[in-house]
Structures are given as structure tokens and as C-alpha cells.
Design a protein around this ligand. Structure first.
Ligand SMILES: N[C@@H](CCC(=O)N[C@@H](CS)C(=O)NCC(=O)O)C(=O)O
Length: 220
């Protein structure tokens, strides 16, 4: 059976779990990383020498790097659904995955990290504000792309929706200024209707670093 190693509040784990949920794969997830620890053991080092999460073990096939895991799971178990049948559609889905990694994460993650993973007294409001603004500007590209689409590459959910979509719960939950982005808001509303999205992506992360760790310890 598919095993996933990683705490459920890690963004990289969340996106893998959402894919697993959408594909309906039988699986077991083992808590690892963060306050659960376990990454420094010899056994974990053999699975993932980077000592990071997530790692998967699919009947003895070991894989790390969340984007590689999502692509593997979608190609292996979701051809024609999360992995588009058409190679060009698959390439476009891949493009938006990479865009999320190379462009969106760079501007949005400092917002999330600055507000939630940094103790209040160490926060830098100006830096956070700059990243909030940069995120809003960057999202205009995706807003424009979504003008005539229900999902990232067309009429149904694909792997292209997964990385960016998984971050949208955080984007829309944080107490930050957001521009009006009607196409993205409509897409996000569609994601929120999905059981797997609600289960894996819409978990409270608190409003401070203390709350974050308390929720993590509670396994929430
Ligand atoms: N590029 C890697 C990054 C993995 C990564 O940085 N994982 C973080 C959590 S998001 C981690 O393992 N941190 C140590 C910990 O959780 O203890 C991926 O996408 O899988």
C-alpha cells in the first residue's frame, strides 16, 4: 500500500495528500518532520537523504520531492483525469505547477512565513507588506489566464491545479489585503466544493506561531 511520510500541516505534504485524495488511492500517512521529528533516523535517511518531507513508498518504490511525487502519482494512477491524456495539455498543466514553484512561492511564502511561522516580535511588517503587494501583482497573470477556464487547463481538475490551489486556502485565510480577482475567486470556490480539497487543504493553521505549533502537536 502507498505510504506517505510527512506531517499534515507541511505545504509540500498537503499538495501530495490532495492529489492522493483526488485519485482515491488507498494509503497510510506517517507523521514525520516538525514537532514529530523522525527525520534524523538512519531509517528515514535511507528513504530520503535530504531528511525532508514528503517521501512516498509505493510498494517499495521510493520517491521524494513533492512535485515529482505529484507527477508520478498522476501519471501512474490518473491518466485521463489528473494527468491529461493530451501531451500538450499535460505540458500546460506542468507549466502552471512550475510557475507556482518558481514564481508564486517566492512572493507568497514570505507572507505566510512572516505572519504565521515568525514570532510576533520578530516580524517585519514592511517586508510582509511588500510580499503581499508582489503576490497581488503576480496573481494578475493567473487571473488573466483563468478568464475562460473552470480549472487551470480547462474543464476539469488536473495536476496543474494542485500546487497553486493547495496554497489558496492560506491566501484567502490570512488577514491581508487582497485585490478583487473574480476569476481566481470563482476557481477557488470550485476547489472548496471538493471533498479531497476540504479534507487536505482547508485545515486551520492558526493565527500565530504559537497556535501553529499547538495545532501541529494536536495533529490537526
Ligand atoms: N523541494 C522539496 C522541499 C521539501 C521541504 O522543504 N520540506 C519541509 C516541509 S515543507 C521539511 O521537510 N522541513 C523539515 C521538517 O518538516 O521538519 C519538496 O517539494 O518536497
Amino acid at each position: 500500500m502507498l505510504k506517505i511520510y510527512g506531517r499534515k500541516n507541511s505545504n509540500q505534504v498537503i499538495q501530495v495528500m490532495w492529489a492522493v485524495g483526488e485519485l482515491g488511492l488507498e494509503h497510510v500517512r506517517h507523521n514525520a518532520g516538525g514537532t514529530f521529528g523522525g527525520l534524523d533516523t538512519e531509517q528515514y535517511g535511507r528513504l530520503n537523504p535530504n531528511r525532508l518531507v514528503p517521501t512516498i513508498d509505493d510498494d517499495g518504490f521510493i520517491l521524494w520531492e513533492s512535485y515529482a511525487i505529484i507527477r508520478y502519482l498522476c501519471r501512474q494512477y490518473g491518466k485521463g483525469s489528473l494527468w491529461p491524456q493530451d501531451d500538450r495539455q499535460a505540458a500546460l498543466a506542468d507549466q502552471w505547477m512550475e510557475w507556482t514553484n518558481s514564481r508564486f512561492m517566492g512572493v507568497f511564502f514570505p507572507v505566510f512565513w512572516g505572519l504565521i511561522r515568525t514570532p510576533k516580535e520578530q516580524q517585519d511588517p514592511d517586508k510582509i507588506q511588500q510580499s503581499v503587494k508582489a503576490t497581488a501583482e503576480l496573481l494578475q497573470i493567473f487571473e488573466h489566464h483563468m478568464a475562460d477556464k473552470k480549472f487551470v487547463v480547462g474543464a476539469s481538475l488536473t495536476m496543474g491545479d494542485i500546487p497553486l490551489g493547495s496554497m489558496m486556502f492560506k491566501y484567502y485565510s490570512l488577514d491581508i489585503e487582497r485585490p478583487s480577482l473574480p476569476n481566481i475567486e470563482a476557481w477557488y470556490a470550485r476547489l472548496c466544493e471538493r471533498g479531497a480539497y476540504r479534507e487536505h487543504c482547508m485545515n486551520s493553521f492558526g493565527t500565530s506561531t504559537e497556535e501553529w505549533f499547538a495545532l501541529e502537536k494536536a495533529g490537526a
